[in-house]
Design a protein around this ligand. Structure first.
Ligand code: FES
Ligand SMILES: [Fe+2]
Length: 317
């Protein structure tokens, strides 16, 4: 299989997704890896295939004293450098290949063994300045190609179908679209439908949503889509992350940051945002998973040049 976008930096996990001394499996471009984080916050990443009889190390467990991962099949132990630990002896040569990782803003990045083609973006630290990290929502593997999955993040028409019942968007304007290399920025103005009693009963927080609001999206192709919006109870930033697991499967998760107007609003804002984000991801996933294979479109909608821009970056990588 041809790797997808070789040399791209991929954000494979946020520290908070790893827990402490727990194996975490990552599939990137058809390769499986196991990650774990120790009590001191050191993160290790190895090939997931045990060199003895090929059991998945991610089904094993971490031994805190030796800092090793134990294979679930015959309980051999390997350290973060891939060396075998046996009765207090350490093999000289690694038997497993470690995956090169780079940690930035508590995010774990990798090039998946390819020569870097572009640097790791500074986007997260730029857009999250002054905000605090709330959590991760919508962690999911989608049955869909990377291109279909990324296209929806640059699609400024799908909110009226895919997300119709979330906020009842009736109009959508794009006063700004600018791009420079792999970075792009879009400003989106949304008008909501009138709120019905039924909407309020289903989602009382809708009362706090203004009739018109502005969202600012910034992209670091191919891994990140950030969306920042101000609500009456505070400011919210979502960082939508994507990476290709296989040619037909794409991983997504969303890092959520906030700055409540008042600290007492923090738990409310947190619950509201994390569950709204999970719903958004659910809806996008459904749109991706249920669509038939793509064909040339016979209809053109406004602002689709933003999506075509991303598809061009993909094709010309
Ligand atoms: S397969 Fe891993 S120890 Fe045997
Ligand atoms: Fe969406």
């Amino acid at each position: 299989m041809e790797p997808i976008l070789p040399g791209a930096p991929w954000l494979i996990a946020h520290r908070s997704m790893l827990g402490i001394n727990k194996p975490y499996k990552v599939t990137l471009n058809e390769h499986d890896y196991v990650l774990w984080q120790n009590q001191q916050g050191e993160v290790f990443a190895l090939d997931n295939i045990c060199p003895h009889m090929q059991a998945p190390l991610s089904d094993g467990w971490i031994c805190e004293d030796t800092g090793t991962i134990t294979c679930p099949f015959h309980a051999l132990k390997f350290d973060g450098k891939g060396r075998l630990h046996n009765c207090g002896k350490v093999s000289g040569q690694p038997l497993l290949t470690p995956l090169d990782i780079i940690i930035k803003d508590d995010c774990i990045w990798t090039y998946g063994g390819y020569t870097p083609k572009i640097p790791i973006p500074d986007l997260i630290s730029n857009v999250s300045a002054g905000m605090s990290f709330l959590g991760v929502a919508g962690e999911k593997s989608m049955r869909g190609t990377f291109l279909d999955s990324i296209s929806i993040n640059y699609d400024y028409n799908h909110q009226s179908g895919t997300h119709r019942d979330l906020f009842g968007i009736k109009a959508n304007r794009i006063p700004l679209f600018e791009h420079d290399g792999y970075w792009a920025k879009v400003v989106q103005e949304l008008d909501r439908e009138d709120t019905t009693w039924n909407d309020i009963l289903q989602n009382p927080l809708i009362l706090t949503a203004p009739k018109t609001y502005t969202g600012t999206l910034e992209y670091a192709f191919p891994s990140l889509t950030t969306f920042r919006a101000t609500f009456p109870i505070g400011e919210v930033l979502q960082v939508h992350v994507l990476y290709p697991e296989t040619t037909t499967q794409t991983k997504t998760f969303v890092l959520v940051y906030s700055q409540p107007k008042h600290t007492v609003l923090k738990p409310l804002l947190g619950r509201f945002v994390l569950s709204a984000v999970a719903t958004v991801v659910e809806q996008d996933t459904r749109a991706i998973e249920t669509s038939y294979p793509r064909q040339p479109a016979k209809i053109r909608l406004p602002n689709e040049e933003i999506m075509f821009h991303a598809q061009k970056l993909y094709r010309e990588w």
